[in-house]
Design a protein around this ligand. Sequence first.
Ligand code: F6P
Length: 326
Amino acid sequence: MKEIKKIGIFCSGGDSPGMNACIRAIVKTCQKHRITPIGIYRGYEGLIEGDFKVLKNEHIRNILGLGGTILKTARSKRFLISEVRKQAYEQIQKHQIDALIAIGGDGTAKGALLFSQEYPDLSIVACPGTIDNDLFGTDYTIGFDTAINTTMQAIDKIRDTAHSHDRLFFIEVMGRDAGLIALYTGIATGAEAILIPETLTNIDELVQIVQHRWQTQKTSCIVVVAEGDDAGGAFEVAKKVTERFNQYDTRISVLGHIQRGGSPTCTDRINASLLGVHAVKALLQGQKNVMLGILKNEISYTPFEKAIKEQKSKYLQLLETFQYLM
Ligand code: F6P
């Protein structure tokens, strides 16, 4: 096995709270093993352009509680082009980088998979960093805990005003094509309905729920809509419902990117640190092409291919629980 002297670290895709804690842990673990940590800026874009900087203590000081990512991030479309990946490979060779740690979601893992298939001598591992928690092989992704707490607090605040005015609110939350943010926060805030992309939405049933709430309690009604739901976003769902039942004074709120910012929670700081340390250890043990994760409180290693493609069923138990709480 080739000795590892330099590890390149980058974040890719949407940022998530806790990425900095992960970067810090990687840098510190590298230092313990006399490995030079190289920060790669703006994800795959920086990899292509050679936007690299040796990370020293001054770069990681006081970043544990900082949201976002000090390495910046990007969604690189051109990394999907083989010629462009060749440029990235040449940068790695030129700077004598022996291994890479990517922090990001499924787009990041897809990029890493393509790269590793083309250049099998490369050692790449990934830490799951996305607020969506939509990767297979891990119960947890960096930033999810902070995002659900931010979202929960926002919905709690909306409930206050909704309750005072006896209003119906449609609240759209993030998650792309995954509904875990909606499910967690909907359950945590006592939402009357939660719409997620993993299941087909029945507008008639939703109208019945809203109608029943109005007829029996005449008080606030909260519908949490995952942005990727098949019935549409909050505006479309609100339109479909109010066309059939319009007694409620209705408002719509799209929570948007506040869900992705802010200081990471304790859980995100700890888990991100755990994943960062183990990512370096995994490379030193000769692992490659795997995404680390946390499964039943243990560090897990899932091949990139599986992490992206396998069916995710994390929502099932929660969905069943919600049926009892409605
Ligand atoms: O993947 C994280 C995420 O925040 C999704 O929940 C959301 O759909 C998407 O990123 C938004 O991406 P962007 O900030 O590029 O619009």
